[in-house]
Design a protein around this ligand. Structure first.
Ligand code: 5RP
Length: 422
């Protein structure tokens, strides 16, 4: 075996191992979305084997190619005409972002049907080999964008206005690649993408675009196979409520707003400045250097809770700042809302006092810091906070939070060791 084919065999063994782990999620009676690509093909093989062993399920393929493979393997298929709700979809991806589990998909050309199937699925299990895990989407892979053939050049120009270099995908004969829905694909290289959710929205607004290959907050779980075995990454949604809402807490001057804004930009989640929800009377008191009482804070905390409930009702992730100094305050804003995660910004008192002294145009008086520190009840382990030190620059603190969110919100467990294909 040549070095190249041995490496391919190793990679296939990883793909197969990830696929086998995901197929374990399929239960009797399920409607299963069947993904597209070389990794998803291993899942279709494994599903066919389980079908022969007696597991009953119906498949909805994400491409003509997968439909052919599934039919030949004897998997019974159904369609959206019969079933609009899919229990579980198993699909590959081109890149998976650590922590957020956001994806780039579509190098295989099936992104439109894949997204329709993913959107109709209760769960989207993603299967990849370790080479596809990245810190930032877009550094290595372009974002495939499915566009109408009509007006292609105008659509391409509009996508380039968003900062991409957009190339028409071609087949080896030099003709344009044509999707299952008779569209074209523009592979758009943006470089590392700071805010994939925002980019997905912006691409979606371009006239002529049918769909992009950015899959935001959809994957859950992701099975990653590497030499050490298959690791399962579960999204925050699996362990807590779905989707997650972060309450960034700490005393005044700990950097809540700057860090929360940085997080919001990176994760693409909505942001609310908790201080903006204070009633006028509270702002006036703080301006005058008068500490707020529990009853002053009550209506404010209720407004913070209302914002959180608004996000929950819309099923949107979000980030809100709130000093949330006492346990009883946190009880009001978090209570039994499983989606909410505390991010506690802990800092040295002198450092915070120094930062506060340098801050202009804010109603919080430096003199109030002492009262805030005296009031603060640090969150205990039962509140399961993500605690971070605020000494490093805000961008670094945000990075740490995303990493912590990734390792606690994405639990990594070994589920299998890949078998080498001979
Ligand atoms: C097809 C896809 C594929 O899932 C993706 O391209 C990964 O493919 P492979 O498993 O062959 O690397 O999104 O549209």
């Amino acid at each position: 075996m040549s070095a190249g084919s041995s490496a391919d065999a190793d990679r296939d063994a990883l793909k197969r191992a990830a696929a086998e782990a995901a197929v374990e999620l399929v239960e009797d009676g399920m409607i299963v979305g069947l993904g597209t690509g070389s990794t998803a093909a291993f899942a279709v093989d494994a599903l066919a084997r389980r079908h022969r062993q007696g597991l009953r399920f119906l498949g909805i393929p994400t491409s003509e190619q997968t439909a052919v493979q599934a039919r030949e393997a004897g998997i019974p298929l159904t369609s959206f005409a019969e079933h609009q709700q899919i229990d579980l979809t198993i699909d590959g991806a081109d890149e998976v972002e650590r922590g957020t589990l956001n994806l780039i998909k579509g190098l295989g050309g099936a992104l439109l049907r894949e997204k329709i199937v993913a959107a109709a699925s209760r769960r989207l299990a993603i299967i990849v080999d370790g080479a596809k895990l990245v810190d930032r989407l877009g550094a290595r892979t372009p974002v495939p964008v499915e566009v109408l053939a009509f007006g292609l050049e105008a659509t391409q120009a509009s996508l380039e206005m968003l900062g991409a270099s957009a190339r028409l995908r071609l087949v080896p004969t030099g003709d344009p690649f044509v999707t299952d829905s008779a569209n074209r694909i523009l592979d758009c290289s943006f470089g590392p993408i700071a805010d994939p959710a925002r980019l997905e929205e912006r691409i979606g607004r371009v006239v002529g675009v049918v769909e992009s290959g950015l899959f935001i907050s959809r994957a859950d779980p992701v099975f990653v196979a590497d030499a050490a075995g298959v690791h399962r990454l579960d999204s925050a949604r699996a362990h807590r409520g779905s989707p997650p809402i972060l309450v960034v807490m700490g005393v005044s001057g700990s950097g809540k707003s700057t860090i929360a804004e940085e997080l919001a930009a990176r994760l693409g989640w909505s942001f609310e400045e908790g201080d903006a929800l204070h009633p006028e009377t509270n702002v006036a008191k703080m301006h005058a250097g008068i500490p707020l009482t529990d009853s002053d804070r009550q209506p404010w905390l209720e407004r913070v809770a209302a914002w959180i409930d608004g996000q929950r009702a819309k099923k949107q992730p979000g980030i809100i700042t709130c000093s949330a100094l006492k346990r009883s305050y946190r009880q009001i804003i978090i209570g039994d809302r499983p989606e909410v995660r505390l991010v506690y910004l802990r800092g040295d008192r002198d450092l915070i006092a120094q930062r506060l002294a340098g801050r202009k145009g804010h109603f919080m008086q430096t003199s109030l810091l002492r009262s805030q520190i005296d009031t603060l009840e640090e969150p205990g382990p039962e509140e399961d906070p993500l605690t971070v030190d605020v000494e490093p620059p805000a961008s670094q603190v945000a990075e740490t939070i995303i990493r912590l969110l990734g390792t606690s919100a994405t639990t990594s467990q070994s589920v299998a060791t890949p078998r080498r294909i001979e």
